[in-house]
Ligand binder design. Structure first.
Ligand code: NCD
Length: 306
């Protein structure tokens, strides 16, 4: 029984297999429609989410399984003081697999250590978000055709954004990937990523604060929102939230092949005026996310479909 806490829990070969399965599901949904008949997925969300939770639920329902769960800590026994470890022991008797989101870094690992069923980390604080990373990798592979030889810009809240932290870990395993990190000074990458991961592994990267200067050089631009809920004071958030706004004028500077990704929800950082630009793929990305979660559920439940 395997749990997924970080994208590194899967080898690049396993990632490729998952993406192949996800593409097969997209092409032949009927073949998979009953693959999880009689199975239950629990969604344990201690922190708000629309996309990720619905994506997991849609994934399980489309495989013929069912779902149960809670979507805020207020509606769980956490309010009575129950620990995550006890909650997962209980849920292990009801469900076959679970997805957990928690505001505290490491909470899903605590759960996985005592769980009888596979646990998928659906986002833990500012730490990791492996299924978003699978979504991002699949989007890039499907639309660019490869994951190596890319210059990837990551823009916005690089300090608190867990999607960025997870995606960097996954991407450094591919050949000749270069990063450009675009953020205000206050929201630069934490040193445990910059120094301990990138510098230590001799990965090429630059840190800049102006998006315009680097746009022409990018193959991928990964935009993120400023993570309001992880700020200590509202004033700092208000000062930084509109630092970057990707609009038509800026998109003119970018290559005709650049892709714009965003894990969503978007706030102001991408103007709706570029939603129709063929390079804006963030809504396609959401759809890939559901299919890759279907593939992951099948893998963790060890279900094979011929
Ligand atoms: C992201 C998250 O929760 O970290 N959203 C998501 O899962 N699609 C990004 C965000 O909240 O900014």
């Amino acid at each position: 029984m395997k749990s997924i806490m970080s994208p590194l829990d899967l080898s690049t070969a396993e990632l490729d297999e998952l993406m192949d399965t996800a593409e097969d599901i997209m092409a032949n949904p009927a073949k998979y429609a009953h693959a999880c008949d009689g199975r239950l997925l629990a969604t344990l969300f201690y922190e708000p989410s629309t996309r990720t939770r619905l994506s997991f639920e849609a994934a399980m329902l489309r495989l013929g399984g069912k779902t149960l769960g809670f979507h805020s800590s207020d509606s769980s026994s956490a309010t009575k003081g129950e620990t995550v470890a006890d909650t997962i022991r209980v849920v292990s008797s009801f469900a076959d697999i679970c997805a957990m989101r928690h505001p505290k870094e490491g909470a899903p690992m605590v759960a996985a250590a005592v769980s009888q069923i596979p646990v998928i980390n659906a986002g833990d604080g500012g730490h990791q978000h492996p299924t978003q990373t699978l979504t991002d990798l699949m989007t890039i592979r499907a639309l660019k055709g490869h994951l190596d030889n890319l210059t990837i810009g990551m823009c916005g809240d690089l300090m608190f954004g867990r999607t960025v932290h997870s995606l960097i870990r996954a991407l450094i395993r591919y050949e000749n990937v270069k990063f450009v990190f675009i953020s205000p000074k206050e929201l630069m990458l934490p040193s445990y990523i910059r120094d301990d991961l990138l510098t230590q592994n001799n990965i090429a990267f630059r840190e800049v604060s102006r998006l315009e200067d680097v746009l022409p050089s990018l193959d991928i631009l990964y935009m993120t929102r400023v993570q309001r809920e992880r700020f200590f004071n509202e004033e700092d958030y208000v000062r930084l939230k509109d630092f970057y706004i990707l609009d038509k004028k800026k998109m003119q500077l970018a290559s005709p092949d650049m892709l714009v990704l965003h894990p969503l929800p978007r706030v102001n950082e991408i103007s709706t005026e570029i939603d129709d630009d063929p390079r804006s793929v963030y809504f396609k990305q959401v759809r890939y996310g559901m299919f890759i979660r279907m593939a992951l559920i099948l893998k963790l439940l060890e279900i094979k479909v011929d």
